[in-house]
Ligand binder design. Structure first.
Ligand SMILES: Cc1cc2nc3c(=O)[nH]c(=O)nc-3n(C[C@H](O)[C@H](O)[C@H](O)COP(=O)(O)OP(=O)(O)OC[C@H]3O[C@@H](n4cnc5c(N)ncnc54)[C@H](O)[C@@H]3O)c2cc1C
Length: 382
């Protein structure tokens, strides 16, 4: 595809592809079966510069931007969506809000470590009682001198068990729904911070998803990201970017489904011929390839708009909505093309099928993406 990839983008793509094929792919199945976090791979991603792609060079990142990030994310997710989500969260949900909203002191303190992969980060918005309705969160922060005392539980936090720091949205004012939320950077060693229940999941089995529990957790006021009460705005701005990363994840999974299906269609014989000679199978492959290409263009376009500083909220939601639904369709068809073999752990499409499912749910469900898109369309009704 020629659209807008430069020589530099192709070099990044090739580096990510080689790392994915040579280092992630050989161990991905084992990590997913064992449910073990691939720490060594994640550290290597940091060494290669893939954890700080949105972090300016002055803070130790590569500062390459969103388009190179999605190109690299697609390659990593093509072989392992668990490693892919760890990379996406670090870049888009942890580094990005610090780059955009934190003061100079916090940037210098945390960004170099995050960009190098020395520190892992998590983003904590969801709670047991609030997911789609993010502004309904109830975890609280009460001012006490130069610090805030935090209490509450965060739910479903990706990389929460391994994270050295967490960007957490907490309620500082119970009287204002959205303007009563503040973003804090929390460090894992602090008293009152603990990792709670580890979730057992359908897919993404080598990415950790945990509860985080705050019990009289004292956080310096200096660790507020942006300003008091700006947390909801930061959270939404951050998700506009994060959604492009999840859309890239969906594209990567779908590409893996297509690659595996083409290979199987050429090898597997039925009625004395390769199943790829049956038009029913050919049409599935043609549909998968066409929709995959359309999704990739939506993802690239949303990333390009973000890099150019143009409005991209609608385009990010469209990319996430279309790519995630496309990815699930591709995974379903890939299993079908594999027949009974597709249902077995012995073939990779079984994992792709399970991993694709989450892309329609996290960082805003498909229903929420449709709401976001419709709000952009129906401006006259606001
Ligand atoms: C593996 C995994 C990793 C995650 N990682 C993180 C993370 O790192 N950080 C984090 O903060 N969160 C994370 N999440 C949480 C995730 O973002 C939420 O699960 C998601 O936003 C949906 O929220 P919910 O689960 O509370 O569903 P609910 O909000 O309860 O929604 C349930 C259903 O109702 C629908 N619905 C809700 N409101 C509306 C509406 N207004 N109109 C139409 N339909 C509606 C939803 O679309 C959905 O189908 C993760 C979740 C999972 C499963």
């Amino acid at each position: 595809m020629q659209f807008p990839l430069t020589e530099e983008h192709r070099l990044i793509q090739e580096t990510a592809r080689n790392f994915a094929d040579n280092e992630i792919a050989p161990v991905a199945d084992r990590h997913n079966r064992e449910g073990s976090f691939p720490l060594e791979l994640v550290k290597r991603l940091g060494e290669l510069g893939f954890m700080g792609m949105l972090v300016p060079e002055q803070y130790g990142g590569t500062g390459l931007g969103n388009l190179p990030l999605v190109v690299a994310l697609e390659e990593v997710n093509r072989v392992d969506a668990s490693t892919g989500v760890t990379m996406s969260v670090q870049n888009s949900l942890v580094c990005a809000p610090i780059v955009h909203f934190a003061n100079e002191t916090l940037k210098q303190k945390y960004l170099p470590k995050l960009a190098s992969g020395a520190f892992l980060g998590a983003y904590a918005l969801s709670e047991p009682g609030s997911g789609s309705d993010a502004a309904g969160l109830v975890s609280s922060a009460v001012k006490d001198g130069d610090s805030y005392v935090l209490n509450g539980t965060k739910n479903f936090i990706t990389t929460g068990a391994e994270a050295d720091i967490v960007v957490a949205m907490v309620r500082t004012d119970p009287n204002h729904k959205t303007r009563g939320i503040t973003a804090f950077i929390l460090e894992k060693g602090w008293k009152g911070f603990s990792v709670g229940k580890k979730e057992e999941k359908l897919g993404l089995r080598s990415s950790s998803t945990v509860q985080l529990v705050f019990e009289d957790l004292r956080v310096p006021a200096a660790n507020i990201v942006g300003e008091l009460g700006l947390g909801f705005k930061i959270a939404m701005h951050t998700l506009d970017g994060g959604r492009i990363g999840i859309a890239a994840q969906a594209v990567g999974i779908a590409q893996a489904c297509l690659d595996a299906s083409v290979k199987y269609a050429e090898e597997r014989e039925a009625f004395n011929q390769p199943i790829g000679r049956f038009q029913a199978v050919q049409f599935k492959l043609a549909n998968m390839a066409t929709k995959l290409e359309a999704a990739r263009l939506l993802v690239y376009n949303a990333a390009r708009l973000k890099d150019e500083g143009q409005p991209h909220g609608k385009e990010a939601a469209m990319a996430k909505l279309f790519a995630s639904e496309m990815s699930n369709e591709a995974a379903r068809e890939a299993v079908q093309i594999h027949g009974g073999a597709g249902y077995l752990e012995d073939f990779p499409v079984e994992r792709y099928f399970r991993d694709a499912r989450i892309t329609e749910i996290y960082e805003g469900t498909s229903e929420i993406q449709r709401i976001v898109i419709a709000r952009h369309l129906l401006k006259g009704l606001r």
